[in-house]
Design a protein around this ligand. Structure first.
Ligand SMILES: O=C(CO)[C@@H](O)[C@H](O)COP(=O)(O)O
Ligand SMILES: [Fe+2]
Length: 228
């Protein structure tokens, strides 16, 4: 087993006028990485921010925090180089947005970033599988992308279990409606990278929530390795 439990707050649910200090606050509360949601108003019905904001956030938080860019954009090819230059570490694009995933994976790697590949709830995991050997992380969306604060879709868990059974050392991320009441389903299914927005950011005690989420994932990982 080469993966580990990692918790990445999504800052979409925070006060957008304070994004820099919110990123710093999340890292101080024990986040393992930051999940930054880029929306273009076309692939999803919402707009957030682009690479100029990412560059400002990088300058604000310093070189260490890992930026996982969740690119909810129709033309992911367009933003690879600008995001790399802005300080992104991982570029997670949606399989639904491209007919040439292989080329995009290559471009992302050549730009020095890790590669994440995301699927919407309506996309089957078998469509992602052919790329699994070439990516660093698979993202199984547990809500329709576009907004924070939505209800967790438990019926996505078979996708996570299947991926974990087929690709035992792949980083598998879940995103959407994940918090203390839903983490056990994700952890048992085999997810190890946990995006949590409103449950962490809106909590009075984000540190405890982050610790609780990580513990749930670590315990499920330990149980899986004992069961084998
Ligand atoms: O990508 C998305 C939504 O499209 C997510 O990253 C959400 O922003 C997570 O927020 P919660 O559902 O955890 O509140
Ligand atoms: Fe996201």
């Amino acid at each position: 087993m080469s993966y580990s439990a990692k918790i990445g707050p999504s800052i979409l649910s925070s006060d957008l006028a304070c994004l820099g200090s919110e990123c710093v606050r999340m890292m101080e509360c024990g986040a393992d990485y930051l999940h930054l949601d880029v929306m273009d108003g076309h692939f999803v019905p919402n707009i957030t921010f682009g690479h100029p904001m990412v560059e400002c956030l990088r300058n604000c938080v310093g070189p260490d925090p890992f930026f996982d860019m969740h690119m909810m954009v129709s033309r992911p090819e367009q933003w690879v180089k600008p995001m790399a230059a802005a300080g992104a570490n991982q570029y997670t694009f949606h399989l639904e947005t491209t007919t040439n995933a292989g080329n995009l994976i290559k471009e992302i790697r050549e730009s020095g970033m890790k590669v994440g590949l995301a699927i919407k709830p309506g996309t089957s995991v078998e469509e992602l599988a052919p790329w699994a050997g070439q990516i660093d992380m698979a993202l199984v969306m547990t809500v329709e992308p576009g907004f924070g604060g939505q209800k967790f879709m438990e019926d996505m868990m078979p996708k996570v279990s299947w991926l974990r059974s087929q690709f035992p050392s792949l980083d598998i991320e879940v995103d959407g409606g994940v918090g203390p009441s839903t983490i056990h389903k994700c952890a048992e299914a085999g997810a190890n990278m946990i995006v949590s927005g409103s449950a962490v950011v809106s909590s009075d005690d984000p540190r405890s929530v982050i610790t609780m989420l990580r513990t749930a994932v670590s315990e499920a990982m330990q149980k899986r390795s004992l069961d084998r």
